[in-house]
Each structure stands twice: as structure tokens, then as C-alpha cells.
Design a protein around this ligand. Structure first.
Ligand SMILES: O=C(O)CCC(=O)C(=O)O
Ligand SMILES: [Fe+2]
Length: 301
């Protein structure tokens, strides 16, 4: 069975890291990073402030609800977004943030939310730049090739759509689970890469060939996977792997809430992505146009 590899970023041995990332992205499409430099306390602050927000009454959460007619920021309620194509229901809530000037819950409601989210998002932005450099080297490009095309990450959503998202899967203790109900439907991500942090509950599964493998939580690690735009960019050398979160079979885990954090990295809005192998069988794709098409297919309102 294919396993998700672990890459240690600690010793700054660039050649080794580049090689290991290249191997992981060309095969399973997911990798755990360890010694990535982000403190657990920074992550825990976001999980704590998020949990506080998600446990507020619906009418309060709806004050900052995402509005498809505007932009991508704000609270996303249960079933507002359906990622899987065959699922009746996806029992998840989320909150999207695109910069420090995004829409945030008011300080009276959730005093720590904004500062915790912005601190972690800025650290994830820096980590992303390191990863984009490693990926450019792996692909035989100038080391700044991808960084130059991701100049406005988490700065200004009119220039770059990179999105920090905190996710909350409520307890399903007393719910009668119908067939077709999941926590997060099977999908591949849309952009360049996604950095994914999860609590210790587990449930994330990754499609490897025809087999679903569990991406079990490894304390202190960050998962990285690729989005469809990067698969296109690399003309299929790197894989945008399908993943999902099912409703746990065990009562105890079904009762538990689950939390995760995703940092969806996108190129600057005006970047035209063309296949790096020089193949012209697909016309270039505009980064923002592509994202808009994908978002309009998954958000129900
Ligand atoms: O919650 C998770 O572990 C995965 C979430 C996810 O894949 C997504 O939001 O794209
Ligand atoms: Fe995803």
C-alpha cells in the first residue's frame, strides 16, 4: 500500500528536500512536512478561537456569512458548499479569510479570532514561498519562478485569491446518518498547493490508485497536497490527488467534533498558466478565471 511520505524540513538540505518533494508530488500527491518551523501554539490558538466562533448561534455566525455575489470571505454553513459530486449532504462549516483586511467576526464575539488567524496565515505564506522555491528547483526552473507568480498571497484578494480556511465538522452524535452524508465529499483542490493542518481526530482519506488511504494525523506535521492548476501547470507530472472526509463509523469519533485548517494557495489573479512542457494542446488558463469556475460549481448559494 502506498504511504504518504514524510519530509523533514529541518536541516535545510535543499537537494534532499527537493528530491523528496518531487518524488511525493509525482506519485501519491500528498506529503507530511515536519520541522516546518510553525509553532504548535500558533496553530492551537486558531483552533481554539475557531471552535469558539463555530459554537456561536447560527444567526450570529450568519452576520459574517460568505456571499457568493461578493467574494470568497466569511462563514460557510452546513451544505452551503458541496465538494463531492455524489453526496447528498456535507456536514461541515468553514470560515474563509483572504487577507488581514478580510471580513472577521467582531472582537466582542470572538476576541482572539482575527489575530490568531492572521498570525498563522502569515507564517503559512512564508512556508509556502519556501515550498514554491523547492518545487521550482525540482522542475528545473529558476528558483523564483513560482514565487514571482504568487507575489500577493494573503495580501489583497483583488490581486491574489489565496484563502486561509478554518473548518469545523460538528458532532454527529444524535444524528441518524443517511447514506450519502459525509463530512467532506471527494474532491481535488483547485489551486497551486494546499497546506493542511488537522487536529487529532482523523478521518481524512486520500485516493491512491483505486485505494483510499488514511492521512492519519501526525502531531506537529503539516500536510501538503497539490491542486488542479498545478497538475495542469506541470502537464501532469504532479498529481492533484482526490481526498475526502467520511463520517466516522465508530460512535466515539462520530461524537467528536473535528477541526482542520486549509491554506489554499493560488497564483496571482492575472497569471496565465501554460503547461511547462511547452505542449500547446491546451490553451493557457487564467488563474482567477479558473478559480471562479470551480467555486461556482461547488457553492450552492
Ligand atoms: O478537513 C480536511 O481534512 C480536508 C478539507 C479539504 O480537503 C478542503 O477543504 O479542501
Ligand atoms: Fe481539499
Amino acid at each position: 500500500m502506498a504511504a504518504i511520505p514524510i519530509v523533514d524540513l529541518d536541516d535545510n538540505k535543499t537537494d534532499r528536500v527537493v528530491k523528496q518533494l518531487d518524488e511525493a508530488f509525482s506519485t501519491v500527491g500528498f506529503v507530511y512536512l515536519t520541522n516546518h518551523g510553525i509553532q504548535q501554539a500558533t496553530i492551537d490558538s486558531v483552533l481554539k478561537a475557531s471552535k469558539h466562533f463555530f459554537q456561536l448561534p447560527d444567526d450570529v455566525k450568519n452576520q459574517t456569512r460568505r456571499d457568493s455575489s461578493k467574494d470568497n470571505d466569511g462563514y460557510v454553513g452546513i451544505n452551503q458548499e458541496i465538494l463531492g459530486t455524489n453526496n447528498l449532504q456535507e456536514i461541515k462549516e468553514a470560515y474563509n479569510v483572504t487577507s488581514s483586511n478580510s471580513i472577521f467576526p467582531s472582537e466582542e464575539l470572538d476576541p482572539e479570532f482575527r489575530s490568531a488567524v492572521v498570525s498563522l496565515a502569515l507564517e503559512l505564506t512564508e512556508l509556502t514561498k519556501r515550498l514554491l522555491t523547492f518545487m521550482a528547483l525540482a522542475l528545473g526552473l529558476e528558483d523564483n519562478f513560482f514565487v514571482d507568480r504568487h507575489r500577493f498571497m494573503f495580501q489583497d484578494q483583488t490581486k491574489n485569491a489565496t484563502t486561509f480556511r478554518t473548518l469545523y465538522y460538528p458532532s454527529l452524535a444524535d444524528t441518524h446518518i443517511q447514506p450519502g452524508v459525509v463530512r467532506c465529499g471527494a474532491h481535488s483542490d483547485y489551486g497551486t498547493i494546499t497546506l493542511l493542518l488537522q487536529d487529532d481526530v482523523g478521518g481524512l482519506q486520500v485516493l491512491s490508485g483505486t485505494e483510499w488511504i488514511s492521512a492519519v494525523p501526525i502531531p506537529g506535521s503539516i500536510l501538503v497536497n497539490l491542486g488542479d492548476l498545478m497538475q495542469f501547470w506541470t502537464a501532469g507530472r504532479y498529481t492533484a490527488t482526490v481526498h475526502r472526509v467520511l463520517v466516522p463509523e465508530e460512535e466515539i469519533r462520530r461524537k467528536s467534533t473535528r477541526q482542520s485548517i486549509a491554506f489554499f494557495v493560488h497564483p496571482d489573479n492575472d497569471v496565465m498558466v501554460s503547461q511547462l512542457n511547452g505542449c500547446n494542446d491546451h490553451p493557457p488558463v487564467g488563474a482567477l478565471d479558473y478559480l471562479k469556475t470551480r467555486l461556482s460549481a461547488t457553492y450552492k448559494y
